[in-house]
Design a protein around this ligand. Structure first.
Ligand SMILES: Nc1nc2c(ncn2[C@@H]2O[C@H](COP(=O)(O)OP(=O)(O)OP(=O)(O)O)[C@@H](O)[C@H]2O)c(=O)[nH]1
Ligand SMILES: [Mg+2]
Length: 524
């Protein structure tokens, strides 16, 4: 070996290599220059070694994660994916959801402020409806529903986008009743104005200032880890006592930036969340007005006539307004399961699960289901072991926020067709949740006819079993038509807000996903 009189450089210099020639120190290099060069080279080597080490770690993690189970939750917006994710979290990493309890107040308060505004707007638009006797608009139905792969229901009445304000008012009132009614309404509006004003601040808090165009009724989208904005100093990522992990996908840096920015401004040194405490006191002071509005005969009439259609979560929180608006309110698990906030992008949740004496790491991907979010799913298809596809069977009388001409069941069927026929997903274990069965039951009890929205349903009975079987047959047919690999479709009727029932379904589904995973691993 040739020893150089000077300390070796980090670069090995080959006399024939033109790059080495450039890097070679000048023969006239002074001692001071030499020291500087050596210091810089040592620093460069340190950085380079750190990068190598990081790359090695990433490679190891990637190799190991190849052995993990990857489960995608897919389905249209509002189908229940994030709610199902919360049920997984409750089952396999319960303390993490417990730690988030307080941060859910922002969502729940938003889930109250927004419907209160919609009720007032509907009252403005329709007045004290007592005239037309008719219920909601009628729809033309496309008989193509019988062929799900091309199924499409035709447009509802022009101008409708789920917002009653966009429909024309046809209120006719006796003048004296009208003035009483208007006085009442004006009074309520005044009393509720602080809450209405708070809506925008809540939206800003939840979205971190990100405005997503095409979000339909003006709903707020959140990125994974939004809870960090309200967690009063607790971290939502990293390991915790139970070994469960929660990680962010793709958007970590912007989330962390906004989290600390907002945290500094809005959390007092005593740990009080200024904005949320302020809104809690507004709610407390107008709790009776909200109840009065919610129970008002005019509002009941608008709901009965279906001029005002509130989503299940809005009804849930307005029904529970006394409890939720009380002082010192802390959300219950049931409240958290009912809270609604739209997912943006893909959120990855990681936890360990022990099945048949083996502990395996699971990656659960909860995706945003709105049309504008669906392109973000594709990078996750390559690696997926299993999919749970959620289709809300209660949605037969609803239309997409993103496209008010598309019936939600149609959209679900079309999306399911895309998933079943996707080449990247051909070998993936496939589970179908026909979800929101409790909401379906409720709609049928209220006499909301399936036939009115889906003519092909015809005169079949307005009974739960018949309706569910009808929808199930359509999904099964889609699967059969796109099933060269003869894969099994596991179907469950679910209401994912029901913790007890969902727990047993999750256990059952996890078990079958794991068996398939082991079988595949044995073949590799
Ligand atoms: N009653 C009832 N409500 C449900 C059920 N499943 C979901 N929900 C509610 O429906 C709303 C929407 O559910 P999410 O889980 O947020 O829907 P998502 O599929 O994640 O929606 P995106 O994030 O927009 O794609 C929430 O308020 C849930 O509480 C169910 O089976 N029954
Ligand atoms: Mg979601």
């Amino acid at each position: 070996m040739i020893r150089t009189p000077k300390p070796p450089s980090v670069h090995s210099l080959d006399v024939n290599d033109p790059l080495s020639a450039i890097l070679r120190p000048s023969p006239t290099e002074s001692e001071q220059d030499r020291q500087t060069r050596l210091r810089l080279e040592a620093e460069a080597k340190r950085v380079s070694d750190r990068i190598d080490e990081q790359l090695n770690q990433d490679r190891e993690r990637f190799k190991k994660s190849k052995q993990d189970v990857k489960l995608l939750l897919l389905g249209q917006a509002e189908s229940g994916k994030s709610t199902l994710q919360k049920q997984f979290q409750l089952l396999y990493n319960p303390t993490s959801l417990d730690e988030e309890r307080l941060s859910w107040r922002a969502v729940i308060y938003y889930n109250i402020a927004r419907p209160v505004r919609r009720i007032l707007d509907a009252l403005d638009a329709y007045g004290d409806l007592d005239d037309d006797g008719g219920d909601d608009f009628s729809l033309e139905i496309d008989s193509k529903f019988g062929t799900p792969s091309t199924a499409r229901l035709s447009s509802p009445s022009p101008g409708f986008n789920g917002n009653p304000l966009e429909q024309t008012s046809s209120s006719i009132l006796a003048p004296s009743i009208k003035s009483d009614y208007e006085a009442q309404l004006t009074h309520l509006r005044d009393r509720l104005s602080p809450l209405l004003n708070a809506e925008a601040s809540l939206a800003e808090r939840l979205s971190g200032g990100v405005d997503v165009s095409g979000s339909g009724k003006g709903n707020v989208f959140v990125r994974s880890g939004w809870q960090a904005r309200s967690l009063l100093g607790k971290s939502t990522k990293g390991h915790n006592d139970t070994g469960g992990r929660f990680s962010f996908t793709g958007q970590r840096s912007s989330l962390e930036n906004s989290s600390s920015r907002m945290g500094n401004r809005e959390i007092t040194p005593e740990g009080h969340d200024v904005l949320i405490e302020e809104i809690a006191s507004i709610l407390l002071s107008c709790k009776d007005d909200i109840r009065e509005l919610w129970e008002h005969a005019a509002v009941r009439r608008l709901r009965d006539r279906r001029k005002l259609r509130l989503e299940e979560w809005a009804e849930f929180f307005l029904d529970n307004i006394d409890r939720v608006a009380s002082s010192g309110y802390i959300p219950t698990m049931d409240d958290i399961l009912h809270a609604r906030i739209q997912t943006m992008g893909v959120a990855e949740h990681i936890f360990d699960m022990s099945v048949h004496g083996r502990t395996v790491t699971w990656h659960l991907y909860d995706v945003g289901g709105a049309r504008g979010q669906r392109h973000t799913w594709i990078p996750y298809f390559d690696d997926a072991n299993a999919i749970i596809f959620l289709a809300p069977v209660s949605a037969y009388d609803q239309y997409l926020d993103e496209d008010p001409r598309t019936n939600r069941i149609d959209d679900s069927l079309q999306l399911f067709t895309d998933i079943c026929s996707n080449q990247l997903l051909k070998k993936v274990h496939l589970v179908l949740f026909l979800n929101k069965t409790d909401v379906l039951q409720n709609k049928l009890e209220r006499g909301i006819k399936v036939k009115k929205y889906i003519t092909s349903y015809g005169d079949r009975p307005m009974e739960f079993e018949a309706v569910v079987n009808y929808f199930k047959a359509h999904f099964t047919q889609v699967h059969k038509r796109n099933n060269e690999n003869k894969r099994v479709l596991y179907t469950h009727l679910t209401s994912v807000v029901d913790t007890k029932a969902t727990k047993s379904i999750i256990t059952n589904v996890s078990d079958s996903i794991f068996r398939k995973y082991l079988a595949d691993a044995a073949l590799v």
